[in-house]
Design a binder for this molecule. Sequence first.
Ligand code: CA
Length: 227
Amino acid sequence: MASIVIIEDEQRIRELVARFLADRGHDVESTATAMEGLQAVVRVSPELVILDMGLPDLDGSELLKMIRAVSEVPIIVATARSEDRDVIRTLDSGADDYLVKPFSVDQLEARVRAVLRRAGAEGRPGPLKVGDLVVDVAAREARLGGEPLDLSPKEFDLLRFLAERTGEVVSKRELLAEVWRQPYGGSEKTVDVHISWLRKKLGESAAESRYLQTVFGVGVKLVQPEG
Ligand code: CA
């Protein structure tokens, strides 16, 4: 479990996020302004910061630079701006990951887990669990209902990427960039084919999807099946 500082001016979101993370055993400190947030980061030396980009006293991107000047702490920014260029600028200015508002607690948890894992704050990463599906990133193994899944390396990478972002729609373009390392080329057909193979191994089809849900014209997301 990690020590986390939340900097968010909207009381409702701040309390929701703080309670959710505290319930998961994290040591949470939350602040409503940029200045209090910066002080908390310096005082607590947290293992993770969740930073709202729209703060009353200072723009979140300015605060991001100030935190970066004094600390290497992983930072997840929460932003209402979802345009690619804003997100890229945010990541370029030192954020480790981002959440686009409104975000679900599933998305929050997935991002927190992924960032903490990358930062090594949790030691050897625990497996990702979505319903009966378990993705053990460290062991590069996946199981469904306790049974090992026989996945190709790319299928595993695809499943892992989607599992780290459970509940969130990921575009095929993003999958090409992140899983296939082809940010500018590549065919979305490649993604389609791998998703269909993965579906087969998960015992589902596009017509009767359980874990892998296609969002037409947007992308695909991994979800906890209903029922
Ligand atoms: Ca705000």
